[in-house]
Write a protein that binds this ligand. Structure first.
Ligand code: ADP
Ligand code: MG
Ligand code: MG
Length: 252
């Protein structure tokens, strides 16, 4: 079964330490949520996991099924089964969504094991239907002129087609209306499996009404300061973060 372990992870951006020792262990079949105030390093954690060049990991380890993730380049991480849906998906001029998806799938599958065009189109069209996406999105340039909701749905489409082991969703709920939120949540729930773990980063508990986490972690000032079950998310929604700060003696 999938086993993803983050130990003592520290990371800096432009010399400033943002992650100050993150510890987290996830297994296949589990859904973990990370919640926390703005600016605490949630997106930095997601980027560091994926190997974004802007973030320098200065200490700690990340392993996926015993393999050293920090030793892998970005594309190797994707091939190993890490997937990140970004808070702000970028536009790629001149590359259609379907071209992008097919090369991402083939990168994940590896050389000599490429998906046939027919099979790819069949899979893509099937998943787009599940996500209630207009078929024309396949032929549009990646994220260009997509609304916030369309971008998020498109990230979920990528996740479905790439069949990753560890899925990191960074604020996939931001900017979604309730119908789009349900579609995204259904997509995630349909992808739940014993071989796949989810790390869901969210500012609001709303998404967690539709995707029930097994564990909820609170991140503050670059650390996971508290962990619990789904009830923790409800308490944060009702009471905010001040009580956690008070409990831990954090002042800012
Ligand atoms: P969160 O996702 O929890 O809102 P971020 O990881 O985006 O937090 O940001 C954590 C901290 O790192 C913030 O203080 C932010 O200003 C800083 N930061 C994030 N990205 C950059 C960057 N590219 N350059 C400089 N500082 C950054
Ligand atoms: Mg933020
Ligand atoms: Mg963020």
């Amino acid at each position: 079964a999938t086993n993803f372990v983050i130990e003592g992870l520290k990371a800096t951006i432009e010399g400033k330490e943002i992650l100050k020792g993150i510890n987290l262990e996830m297994k296949g079949g589990e859904i973990h949520a990370i919640m926390g105030p703005n600016g605490t390093g949630k997106s930095t954690l997601a980027s560091a996991l994926m190997g974004h060049p802007k973030y320098e990991v200065t200490d700690g380890t990340i392993t996926l099924d015993g393999e050293d993730v920090l030793d892998m380049a970005v594309d190797e991480r994707a091939r190993a089964g890490l997937f990140l849906a970004m808070q702000y998906p970028s536009e790629i001029a001149g590359v259609t969504n379907s071209d992008f998806l097919r090369s991402a799938i083939n990168a994940r599958r590896g050389e000599g094991n490429e998906i046939s065009l027919i099979k790819f189109i069949r899979q893509m069209e099937g998943k787009m239907k599940e996500l209630d996406m207009n078929p024309e999105f396949a032929h549009r340039y990646l994220n260009e002129g997509f609304s916030g909701g369309e971008k998020k749905r498109n990230e979920i489409l990528q996740m479905m087609l790439l069949d990753p082991k560890i899925v990191v969703l960074d604020e996939i709920d931001s900017g979604l209306d309730i119908d789009a939120l349900k579609i995204v949540a259904n997509g995630v729930n349909a992808m739940k499996s014993e071989d796949r773990g989810f790390l869901i980063i969210t500012h609001y508990q709303r998404l967690l009404n539709y995707i029930t986490p097994d564990y909820v972690h609170v991140m503050m000032q670059g650390r996971i300061v508290k962990s619990g079950g789904p009830e923790l998310a409800h308490r944060l929604e009702a009471e905010g973060y001040d009580w956690v700060k008070a409990e831990l003696g954090i002042t800012d």
